[in-house]
Design a protein around this ligand. Structure first.
Ligand SMILES: [Zn+2]
Length: 365
């Protein structure tokens, strides 16, 4: 073999090996579209029954489970290995500011959020009896919540601590839910407007030298709105520092897109320190059509893409009339930039849904 020939063969080999590396690289880096479910744990359920539940999800093409253990780290510890054994990622889902039946919080009535009428969630709850909201501004109630987040973050094997109800109580309920409560909400109603506790009023006055209780129209006072958006952000940002100390991520279930979340529950999630969000794009709650899922996904994705925050579109299963409709929602979420779709909840997945998810997953590989 002469030198030229040798050189030529070497070049060809180098070319093909580069090609292969390039291709491998592309395969590794191609983000996988993921499917998840929210589900609630039961401490009386056996490990064998959890194994069955998780196997059902895995067979359906589900990648991750967001599990509510009622903030019990021991129960979470028991469940995590079962989910991992089935090849599922698992997140610790916590009810953050809304803490019904929290025995520690209940021994501190001053921790609860107070409405504009001066009534506390400790004994007067908006909408439903389980709406027991803590004040995000008061140091003791905030630290209580962050302590619970820390206990969950310590559990080995979880992907993230997943904050839910990380907001104020709804100043406006989703429009589709109003008839259920026989309510009309065309303005901010004092009964549903939080938090006017002593700590919130004092902290606000210190900075802005005005008292919200003396304002003619609190709904147009930008500082008062911003104060409350910042109070929620502070809890999230502190939780972010805590969970990252344990090498876990912080994720959250949030309202459909940032401006809507701001308007309805004082939650501006595009401003948070957070790894991923799961906006609850529940079209049935808002009397919207399926295509709205694409619209809302896109809104959120565009708002946080510069911060590298992943968006997983959350969908509420009952209003879907068929598996095919659900498939449309999945593809709309994907086409509008979501990194996955999460279903509420796991138990509501039918055989038809699961068959469709498996097929969609295969078609996306
Ligand atoms: Zn307060």
């Amino acid at each position: 073999m002469n030198l030229h020939k040798l050189l030529f063969i070497t070049l060809i080999l180098v070319f093909f090996s580069c090609k292969k590396t390039e291709k491998q690289k592309i395969n590794i880096e191609k983000p996988k579209f993921e499917f998840g479910v929210w589900t609630t744990a039961d401490k009386d359920k056996s490990n064998a029954n959890y194994a069955l539940e998780f196997e059902k999800y895995k067979n359906a093409g589900i990648d991750e489970v967001l599990i509510n253990t009622i903030t019990d780290p021991l129960l979470l510890k028991r469940i995590v290995p079962i989910a991992k054994e089935k090849g599922l990622k698992i997140h610790a889902w916590i009810m953050t500011m809304k803490r019904p039946d929290d025995s520690i919080a209940l021994s501190h009535p001053e921790w609860y959020a107070v409405n504009k009428e001066g009534k506390s969630c400790f004994d007067t709850r908006p909408y439903v009896d389980y709406y027991q909201w803590l004040c995000p501004t008061r140091k003791a109630s905030r630290n209580h919540v962050l302590g619970l987040v820390e206990e969950l973050a310590k559990v080995d094997g979880i992907e993230s601590v997943h904050l839910d109800y990380i907001r104020f109580s709804d100043i406006f309920l989703p429009i589709g839910l109003l008839p259920k409560y026989n309510l009309e909400q065309e303005t901010e109603l004092p009964e549903f407007d939080f938090c006017y506790c002593d700590t919130c009023i004092n902290e606000f006055e210190k900075v802005h030298h005005k008292n919200p209780l003396n304002m003619k129209n609190t709904s147009i006072d930008m500082e008062w709105k911003q104060f409350r958006l910042n109070a929620v952000k502070r809890v999230v940002d502190e939780a972010y520092q805590i969970v990252h100390k344990y090498n876990k991520k912080l994720t959250a279930a949030v309202f459909p897109y940032p401006e809507m979340a701001d308007h309805m529950v004082r939650q501006r999630w595009d401003k948070w320190d957070i790894d991923e969000v799961y906006p609850m794009i529940y079209h049935g709650f808002y009397n919207e059509e399926i295509d709205w899922i694409g619209f809302a996904t896109k809104q959120g994705v565009q708002d946080v893409k510069h911060k590298n925050i992943g968006v997983n579109t959350g969908v509420y299963l009952p209003p879907f009339k068929s598996a095919n409709e659900l498939k449309t929602a999945i593809l709309l979420a994907k086409d509008n930039g979501a990194k996955g779709v999460t279903f509420y909840d796991g138990n509501a997945l039918t055989e038809d849904h699961m068959k469709m998810i498996r097929n969609v997953k295969k078609s996306l590989e």
